[in-house]
Design a protein around this ligand. Sequence first.
Ligand SMILES: [Zn+2]
Length: 64
Amino acid sequence: MLREMVSRCPYCGERLVVEIDSTAGFPQEFTYDCVVCCRPIEVRVRMNDKGNPVMELRSEEDTA
Ligand SMILES: [Zn+2]
């Protein structure tokens, strides 16, 4: 099942909708290119203690 998660680009602040495949298990990490500024965003999705997925977006500069 695909779930849509909404967040903001860490580079340009644009609203982003990312589709998460919740059948693939958690945590998930992948790179998503912002549709506005085209920069690679590191996406991490994990389960919180209520069993809901939580999405965290980071710029590559944060992780370097
Ligand atoms: Zn952006």
